[in-house]
Design a protein around this ligand. Structure first.
Ligand code: AMP
Length: 117
């Protein structure tokens, strides 16, 4: 699934600059911006620039690599790389996904619990 959906998808609209977000980093394939409802002192979302519904339908290994690389860059930039942090992607209903555009949550600045809820 890779069709651009600038009107229907909120993260496509953020990538297009049509709605505001606090962008903290980017590369050719991905954009990183702060989550609107942070669940940790650092909570940044890393999304592909093109529309991909979730990891379940992702079909470009290079693009996925760019997402992970940008997540690690965000962690360094936010000063949480040494203490540790978590990168999560929720998939579908049981995974708790609420926005249907692939995104990595970069969470840090506090100790994380395991297992997740
Ligand atoms: P998920 O539940 O894994 O699909 O995560 C979706 C995340 O997107 C949630 O943490 C929301 O707080 C976040 N979110 C939704 N709309 C926006 C927005 N306009 N800007 C930034 N984050 C958003």
């Amino acid at each position: 699934m890779s069709t651009v959906q600038p009107d229907a998808c909120i993260f496509c609209r953020i990538v297009a600059g049509a709605i505001p977000a606090t962008v903290v980093a980017s590369n050719a394939h991905a954009l990183a911006f702060r989550d609107l409802h942070p669940q940790a002192p650092v909570h940044v979302l890393v999304v592909p620039r093109r529309h991909v519904a979730s990891l379940a339908t992702a079909d470009d290994a290079a693009e996925l690599g760019e997402l992970l690389a940008l997540a690690a860059e965000v962690a360094r930039q936010e000063g949480i790389a040494d203490a540790g942090y978590r990168v999560v992607t929720n998939i579908g209903a049981d995974g708790g996904q609420t926005v249907g555009h692939l995104h990595l949550h970069v969470l840090g600045g506090r100790a994380m619990d395991w297992p997740p809820g």
